[in-house]
Design a protein. Sequence first.
Length: 611
Amino acid sequence: MSQIILDNIQNNETVYHRFVIVHGRVTSNNSHTSAFVTVKHFADTFPQQYWVVTDSYFKALIHVVPGENVVLFQTDNGSELSLRLNYQVLNDNPFYRIGFVVGRDSDLTFDAPYGMKNDLDEAIRKLRCAAYLWQAFTAECMYRNGFGRRTFRLEENIQPDTMSCQSAWGTERLTASIHVLRSDKTAEEIRSTPPDQLFHVAGNAVDKLGLPEPWHYICMFLDTRYDPSSKEVRGHVALGGGTDMHKLGVFGSHSLHSFPSAIEYVIPVFSDARRIPDYLANDANESSTVWECANIGIGAILHELGHTLGCPHQPDGIMLRSYPIFNRSFTTRESECVRTGSKGLAPILPKDECSWHYLDLLRFYYHPLFRLPSDQQYPSDVETSYYVSGDQIVFTNDTGIFLVEIEYNGQTKGWKIFNPPLDKAAFTDAEIRSLSSSDSGQDYRVRVLARNYKTMDINNVPEIIRNAKISTDFGDAYRSERFGLRGCNGNELNNLLFSPEEKITKVRVHCGLALDGIEVFFGSNSALLGNRGGSPHDFDTDGSNIAGFLIRSGAWVDGISIILENGNTSPFFGNANGGGQKLYKIPENSRLVGFYGTLAGFMDSVGFFIQ
């Protein structure tokens, strides 16, 4: 009699997504080896599934419904094992919406081999299935690396489900919604749009929906077409990113024909070694067969989804295109590979699979989309900031900095993880460079991540450190970061400096819908940075020192609020709805000793001096 052993899951665990990857083994004391494992769902919540066993190893995608689930594993010689799981839907978490962008005159078809179904219904089935594979893959990577069974949430509703080809049409379950977004452009206009502008075409289609912010969207252009004569994929771009409020990933549909459209087709697709016809795209020249094409298409969109989660290009993993072996997370044997010339790997063990890089998984651990009910929540209004002290740049965030990455030429080459996270992390230029073996004196970018998911990207660190210190009559002082992007080409103002012994009695802010000037009073005397345009607004310090500022800025400085050590805060002076908001806190054991900035018609940057 054989025995079923589950390697990556235990009875009575809680999961947070609909399809769960299970790794297992079938052991036997006789000569009979099971060829497959059957998975049955008690209460008939999903059709029975069969999963191949290779050298005693199997992998299964099991379906769960909200609440308690009992899943029965059986071998072909009668061995059984039941697994109890609780599926908790994280209804309070943000989620990804998924949709097709189509031309206003689209025929709602996609590139496919002759004779294959390629209408909108089939497109929806395939993209929905891919989304559940992304979700299950990510959850398994998180679990395997000690971060719990976390993954991002998909927008789901009770509706006709297509995740099993055995389900009668009309079977309703909680399933991922796939939207169809009509663009203002025709299908041919989409195909003729330069790739660097297609991201905005998709963004405009999403913007028309008027979604509540923040939103996360993954879009596929259904009208993408491959031109065999020019070997060009038209109407396709691979991009992911956005702002704090809008996260968007975009891809073309040229490989959609290779995607599985239901759970029963996942293993057949990832085992299909048939060649892709010449009249269809061979993306990156790595999509010669059906299974390789599916890997590239499904994996590349997941790569763009990673960018929407803030992931840079990493040293390995999904964010360095490890997805040509995406199939290995679901299969135990591999078909002949044209890309590598190999005959295929068997059995495929966890060590052979692709993954998210550990830094991506660490990033996800603190991301709002991956939050579990037991997680501590951190205040979102605490900013990541920096100041210079001596020859060090000091990064600060009171919720705790957990990661600093160093990036050369757009790719992460070094990092430092803080466990436990730190309120302050200080580095010299040499210490930052020492995090990577790639340094040859070239420029780099530093990325700082905190537990409240406030991320800061900084270029020119050596220059920032070098230029921060100035000598004054009362000792050395240091520049803060600059707020405002000098979008009006403003002229640099003379520094406004004052001794820390001088007591500020009042601050007068001159502004209209932008900041014109800041005037500081010391009793009856005053000093001005900028000009006295707009209207004057006074704020008395009542004998308290200034502890920080709340600034709204973008291309210019929209306005400012003053924060005192005694807890009092001024009204916001200027345009309270313009630009992005940042909180600047005077570092501990330091004092404000001045202001600097640039002025055009109004101030288009402002910063502070501390000592």
